[in-house]
Design a protein around this ligand. Structure first.
Ligand SMILES: Nc1ncnc2c1ncn2[C@@H]1O[C@H](COP(=O)(O)OP(=O)(O)OP(=O)(O)O)[C@@H](O)[C@H]1O
Length: 213
């Protein structure tokens, strides 16, 4: 929170929004040059396939080093900070669970929240003793969502996390996501479905050819 007591404000200095990101990256012929400033609890990026949405999330997470990128989250400048030190969690388009661990151990990994409650809501409580290889795609994706939510990071990055879920499970996940800003976790999510952004009451930005509008 930035209030009147903030010394930067007293000096008339610019006080940054929760997300203040300039992503700069070259990948072959593709150029990412995307700026995002957002104070919303939930920000949704949409845009055509190949526009650079995933690359943008990867720059924010620190998974790729941009050339001249600047990532500032919650007033913290994160350039040079490794992914594990960024207080973020990410849900990818595919689940990326730890294959050698049970669902329970996947959920407990870094958990700061109530595992039983989240497992119940996401309807994965009955799979806790299974390995990820013995789950369907949608079940594994719900475990990945649960694991990320349970870490209670200050920023949760979501790359089309609901695409493998049926409508009923999507609604459950959207309910869970909507509660997160009130618990101190803001969301930056890639979604193709305008209904999802609407259900989340999100601020929506559009990415086209590597730029955000
Ligand atoms: N190693 C690479 N060499 C050349 N181009 C690349 C490379 N990696 C990524 N790209 C290009 O970067 C662009 C952005 O990819 P990105 O995965 O971020 O798109 P996206 O908006 O997430 O797409 P989708 O909605 O299909 O997931 C794409 O046009 C892709 O072809």
């Amino acid at each position: 929170m930035v209030g009147a007591a903030d010394p930067r404000a007293a000096l008339g200095a610019e006080v940054s929004a929760f997300l203040d990101i300039s992503a700069r990256l070259e990948r072959g012929a593709f150029t990412l040059a995307a700026d995002l400033v957002s104070d919303a609890g939930i920000t949704v990026i949409h845009g055509p396939s190949g526009a650079g949405k995933t690359l943008f999330l990867h720059v924010v997470a620190g998974l790729v080093r941009g050339n001249g990128s600047r990532v500032c989250v919650g007033g913290r400048v994160l350039d040079g900070v490794p992914p594990a030190g960024r207080d973020m969690a990410m849900v990818f388009q595919e689940p990326r669970l730890f294959p050698h661990m049970s669902v329970r151990r996947n959920l407990l990994y870094g958990a700061r929240g109530d595992v039983a409650e989240v497992a119940e809501r996401l309807e994965i409580a009955q799979f806790l003793d299974r390995r990820p290889a013995d789950l369907s795609g949608g079940q594994a994706q719900r475990v990945a969502i649960g694991r990320a939510v349970l870490r209670a990071p200050s920023l949760l990055l979501l790359d089309e996390p609901l695409s493998s879920l049926d409508e009923a499970r999507k609604a459950v996940a959207l309910d869970l996501f909507r509660e997160l800003p009130g618990r101190g976790t803001r969301l930056l999510m890639v979604s193709h479905d305008p209904r999802e952004a609407k259900a989340l009451g999100a601020q929506v930005v559009t990415m086209t050819e590597g730029r955000l509008a």
